[in-house]
Design a binder for this molecule. Structure first.
Ligand code: ADP
Ligand code: MG
Ligand code: ZN
Length: 635
């Protein structure tokens, strides 16, 4: 069998290490051990011992004297350096000691041979065993194979996941089921001449279940499943990435039908650019991947799954037909999806029977599957903390807030005046929201600080899930966001850093109205930006001229100013209501939307209906969320 040079090289390294260890053992450790077993004494001590008659025998060796004693029935060995002493023979005879010298010999041939040969045999055997077990784990690779793929082989039970574990991604599951079907029965497809897509790319925001879906496919398909993360290709050594890709595909071809899953493929699949001094290593890896994907036969049944949340950065060559030609979007779950995900995860915790899935589903608009999994776990932790054995509806509601805003920080000490400002700030948001027609009902106001840095927040939750927002709603949103700062100004005549988060959000909305949504007269339907990453919320790039950009800024500023003005006006008209609600809030720390509306309606001319909390609908912040962090730090 011809071994590849690299393998021979690593075996060479292995045996060099073994030899090195042997040298150490023979030259340092053994002599050291021997030396320590016999106590070394001075020549005069030996003479003394001989004179006192305890010495039984003395042996002269080439470079030392060794003698044994018997004292109180206890035998002991000593040694001493040679001393040129002609009278010693006489003394020894006088004291009746058995003495002599060893015949000088070549140090025990057999012993030496053994001390070198036995360890070598041992190392060889251990090396064999190790390499064999490694080979088993890694799908047939020799020992010490630096730079070989770490692709793990998952077989059926290993991922332990099935499509049942993935909720709310029906379209993605549908697309992947076809692939599972193919792997179960490739013949059915081959007969008609159909080829399955070679590569399937799962794209979507983080935490939506892409990795989970791939694991579920593996669990359902009952075929070997090679899983590797893109970052594992990126190595310290140049050329390793490409060699790993080669190795991975070699293994996959041997095990076909099988699935290869490359998670976070963007780490290696980034668009190659013509810049000088680009990342050579990464490009080599990508080139290798491209050529491997072309190289294997689609009918054989190797399906490549890949996942990414930055599809726009992928090299176009990777996406052309014949490579990752099928794209399966894995989006944030809608209301039904969220309810289903809650259900899946609640299966694993003990909970009360009366959990209202719709309510928590509505309260978590914009949450990903991973967020929901986290919420359910937080709820279970809360139940344990409170000494209960079952998760209740209340636990889940509370954990939703924990995941969004962090834990309550009850111990935080806030000075009375600051606390007042915070209360008025929040009440400002709430009153401005309640006074406008297009805004979502206020569900909760609290001034208990949270670990996220929020010193308080106002929760508004829509009554139903919404996918579109009109210009009016966006403007309303901006006015509501300015409500906090407006309250600071109207009631305390101050401006605090607590509004920074609100300000950032409302500026973003204003900028989107102008630059992205085509909702202004000045620019009409023109889009002034090109979108960056649609999943990670990456920045967008301005694509218009300097002049238009400047004009756009002016429009944005005027939108912000208008919103602020309107908020101040609303608060001026509702001063009494604000005082009453703020007093109540300062006393209670947290008030419900119901309580808020009751007080508000006593002062307001046009009666607004309270959100029907009895019906138990709680709702979450819509896309631009209303939860705000009142950072204490100023940047
Ligand atoms: P990503 O899309 O970032 O790869 P993951 O698949 O790693 O996300 O999801 C992380 C965790 O979130 C999963 O292990 C699972 O517990 C939970 N999760 C995400 N999406 C779903 C879903 N659709 N159904 C059930 N659980 C989900
Ligand atoms: Mg993932
Ligand atoms: Zn605020």
């Amino acid at each position: 069998m011809n071994k590849p040079p690299k393998k021979r090289y690593s075996i060479f390294i292995y045996y060099s290490i073994v030899l090195g260890i042997l040298f150490l053992l023979n030259l340092v450790l053994y002599p050291y051990l021997l030396k320590n077993s016999v106590e070394e004494v001075s020549y005069s001590t030996m003479l003394e011992k001989v004179e006192s008659g305890v010495v039984t025998s003395v042996q002269r060796q080439s470079n030392q004297w060794v003698f044994s004693t018997k004292e109180n029935g206890e035998e002991k060995m000593y040694k001493t350096g040679p001393w040129d002493d002609p009278s010693i023979t006489e003394i020894l005879i006088k004291n009746n000691v058995d003495f002599g010298a060893k015949i000088p010999e070549a140090p025990g041939v057999v012993a030496t041979v053994l001390s070198w040969v036995i360890p070598i045999i041992l190392f060889v055997v251990v090396g064999r065993i190790l390499s064999r077990s490694m080979a088993k784990n890694m799908g047939g690779i020799g020992p010490m194979s630096f730079g070989k793929s770490n692709a793990k082989v998952y077989i059926e039970a290993n991922t332990g996941k099935s499509f049942k574990d993935v909720a709310g991604q029906e379209e993605a599951k549908e697309a992947l089921k076809e692939i599972v079907g193919f792997l179960h029965n490739p013949g059915k497809y081959a007969r008609i001449g159909a080829k399955l897509p070679k590569g399937v790319l799962l794209v979507g925001p983080p935490g939506t279940g892409k990795t989970l879906l791939a694991q579920a496919v593996a669990g359902e398909a009952h075929v070997p499943f090679f899983s590797i993360s893109g970052s594992e290709f990126v190595e310290m050594f140049v050329g390793m990435g490409a060699s790993r890709v080669r190795d991975l595909f070699r293994q996959a071809n041997e095990k076909a039908p099988c699935i290869v899953f490359i998670d976070e493929i963007d780490t290696i699949g980034k668009r190659r650019d013509s810049q000088i001094g680009g990342n050579d290593e990464r490009e080599q890896t990508l080139n290798q991947l491209l050529s491997e994907m072309d190289g294997f036969d689609g009918k054989k049944g190797v399906v490549i799954l890949a996942a990414t949340n930055r599809p726009e950065t992928l090299d176009p060559a990777l996406l052309r037909p014949g490579r990752f030609d099928r794209r399966v979007p894995v989006e944030l779950p809608d209301l039904n999806g969220r309810m289903a995900i809650f259900e899946v995860h609640l299966r694993h915790v003990r909970h009360e029977d009366n959990i209202n899935l719709e309510q928590v589903g509505l309260a978590t608009a914009g949450a990903s599957g991973a967020d929901i999994a986290n919420m359910v776990n937080e709820a279970a932790l809360r139940a344990v903390r409170e000494g209960r054995t079952e998760v209740s509806q209340r636990d889940i509601e509370e954990s939703v807030e924990v995941v969004i805003a962090g834990y309550e920080r009850k111990s935080m000490v806030i000075q009375p005046r600051e606390r007042e400002i915070i209360a008025y700030h929040e009440v400002g948001h709430a009153i401005v929201a309640a006074s406008q027609t297009h805004s979502a009902p206020v569900a909760k106001i609290t001034i208990i600080p949270r670990t996220s840095g929020a010193l308080g927040y106002t929760l508004q939750i829509d009554k139903e899930e919404k996918f579109l927002m009109s210009k009016e709603e966006l403007m309303t949103e901006m006015v509501t966001l300015s409500g906090g700062r407006a309250a600071e100004q109207v009631f305390f005549n101050v401006e605090t850093t607590g509004a920074s988060n609100d300000i950032e959000k409302m500026t973003n909305i204003a900028s989107s109205i102008v630059m992205k949504f085509g909702m202004t007269e000045d620019f009409g339907m023109a889009s002034l930006v090109s979108e960056g990453n649609s999943y990670l919320g990456g920045g967008s790039q301005v694509v218009v001229s300097e002049l238009s950009h400047r004009k756009a800024d002016e429009v944005i500023f005027s939108l912000v100013k208008d919103a602020h003005k309107k908020a101040i006006q609303i608060l001026e008209e509702n001063k009494e209501a604000a005082h009453a609600i703020a007093q109540y809030l300062l006393e209670k720390e947290t008030i419900t939307g119901q309580e808020f509306m009751e007080i508000f309606n006593q002062y307001s001319e046009d009666q607004i209906n309270a959100p029907d909390n009895k019906n138990d609908k709680v709702y979450a912040p819509q896309a631009p969320t209303q939860i705000e962090a009142h950072d204490k730090t100023v940047n």
